[in-house]
Design a protein around this ligand. Structure first.
Ligand code: GRF
Length: 199
């Protein structure tokens, strides 16, 4: 049976990394053509040596590379190092799990890259998607979007997204917790959907 190889990029806490791994590692999927394949997480890379997600990788037994971006003067040079580091893993997909770096076209064009963003895109792009949607008086919802990575920040084609009404939440913390729960539901579904559609 064919193996679909996933590589994860992350920068921080790594809760989506852990959730993807525990939900999908070893899972059998069936493509439209009837072809079966098994999902395998082949490794992870983190640009931040202090990230808590590195501990999660160790506990999961997922090989993790640390590649600090400060050592590279340009995005282009960092992405070349990234491509070199990933080459031997032969990934079919790159899943971004809170990777706080803008990727250059050189990287984006080399792999199918997927990202999760904690808002209902195209609303509330950028690093503060949860807070921005909670504080936006024009929108009564936040949400979660899983999308392909393109050259435009948080702008690639949507794979799956879901709205979350703000009404039941009295404070940002409660809203944020609910957004993360929605992420844990949506990201594995979206990744599996992409794999099955392309099998
Ligand atoms: C998530 O909210 C994700 O949507 C965003 O960054 C956060 C990462 O959280 N891109 P974690 O590191 O997976 O816990």
């Amino acid at each position: 049976m064919r193996t679909i190889r996933i590589f994860i990029l992350f920068s921080g806490n790594g809760s989506n990394l852990e959730n993807l791994y525990t939900t999908l590692e070893g899972k059998e999927v069936v493509g439209k053509s009837g072809e079966r394949a098994k999902i395998e997480f082949v490794g992870a890379l983190c640009n931040n040596p202090e990230a808590y997600g590195i501990n999660r990788c160790h506990e999961l037994g997922l090989p993790c590379i640390t590649l600090p971006h400060q050592e590279y003067p340009t995005r282009e040079e960092y992405d070349i190092a990234l491509l070199k580091a990933l080459f031997l893993y032969e990934p079919d997909y790159i899943a971004l799990c809170g990777f706080m770096r803008i990727l250059t076209p050189r990287f984006i064009n080399a792999y199918k890259c997927i990202n999760i963003h904690p808002s209902f895109l195209p609303y509330h792009k950028g690093t503060n998607g949860i807070k921005d949607s909670f504080e936006d008086k024009e929108a009564n919802f936040g949400g979660v979007s899983v999308h392909y990575v393109s050259e435009e920040l948080d702008g690639g084609e949507i794979i799956l997204q879901e709205k979350l009404s703000k009404a039941p939440f009295r404070d940002l913390q409660a809203f944020e917790n609910a957004i993360h729960q929605l992420e844990y539901k949506l990201y594995p579904q979206a990744l599996q959907k992409v794999i099955e559609e392309n099998l």
